[in-house]
Design a protein around this ligand. Structure first.
Ligand code: ATR
Length: 262
């Protein structure tokens, strides 16, 4: 829907569709990529690592995050990148302008793939990051991977860190429709802090609702989904598309129609 909207809006002849490729079929898929008419693709679970060996080049973000989500062609060569960190930060710039003016410290909940993208983006903006995760070892692995600007903490330390946080980010699936609730007490959060939830079903999570009622600026996950798509489209079709209110409303309406509880 997202890429189809931009293609129509910009009058570009092209198509963005879905292909179900089994892991064993990846080599044949990439061997015949250009001949099949593809200019690029997104990849998702379980291919985000496995695609790397089929690519001529992997961009710095994908290397740092350890996953490819977008592939494009450059002079016939396949190049893999990761647009999640850029999408994460571009969405913050869009929805909470000026958030980075004095922001020094972010608390990131979760230590999975989404957390890696968020941390890469935040380090790029000069922040220090405290990773808070149920499994302390996973948070510690991220701290080792990203270096001294990233500290690891267990879930029980989460609330206590919030008094020093300029930005609170949820990258876990907690609070998503059908998942457990995110039970984090945010009453101690610095009043000026921005709260960002990458969950987008529901569009406004319980965390964002509580934060909004306490007067925090909030940023939702749908914007990250929209913004991470921008660089891919630009690589494939040569035009940088805009994340407009109209596009957002279109995708919001689709989520409301297809996801009960959204
Ligand atoms: P993704 O790659 O999309 O980020 P993931 O790798 O499955 O997803 O990561 C999920 C994150 O949510 C992890 O940080 C996970 O914590 P653990 O490392 O302890 O598994 C966190 N998470 C998922 N369910 C959770 C729960 N019920 N309570 C606390 N954290 C949870």
């Amino acid at each position: 829907m997202l890429h189809g909207y931009w293609l129509r809006q910009l009058g570009i002849t092209g198509e963005y569709g879905m292909r179900d490729i089994a892991p064993d079929d990846l080599p044949a898929f990439f061997a015949g990529f250009g001949a099949a008419g593809y200019v690029g693709c997104n990849v998702t679970v379980p291919h985000k690592l496995a695609v790397m060996k089929h690519l001529a080049e992997i961009d710095a973000a994908a290397q740092a995050i350890g996953a490819v989500n977008t592939i494009w062609t450059d002079n016939g060569d396949l190049v893999g990148g990761n647009t999640d960190a850029a999408g994460f930060v571009d969405n913050l710039d869009d929805r909470a302008p000026g958030w980075n003016n004095e922001a020094g410290h972010a608390v990131v909940l979760g230590a999975g793939g989404a957390a890696r993208a968020a941390i890469h983006g935040l380090l790029g903006r000069g922040l220090r990051v405290s990773v808070v995760n149920r499994t302390l070892e996973s948070a510690e692995a991220l701290a080792r991977h990203f270096g001294p600007s990233v500290r690891a903490h267990g879930m029980e330390q989460g609330a206590a860190l919030l008094g020093e946080a300029d930005l609170l980010v949820n990258t876990t699936s907690l609070g998503m429709v059908g998942k457990e609730a995110l039970n984090l007490d945010i009453t101690g959060l610095k009043p000026a802090a921005v709260v960002y939830d990458i969950v987008y079903v529901p569009l406004e999570t319980d965390l964002l609702k509580r934060a909004r009622r306490r007067g925090h600026r909030t940023v939702d996950g749908l914007g990250m989904l929209l913004h991470q798509a921008v660089p891919g489209f630009q690589h494939w079709f040569g035009v940088r598309p805009a994340v407009s209110d109209e596009l957002r409303a279109l995708i919001e309406a689709d989520i409301r129609a297809t996801s009960p509880g959204a």
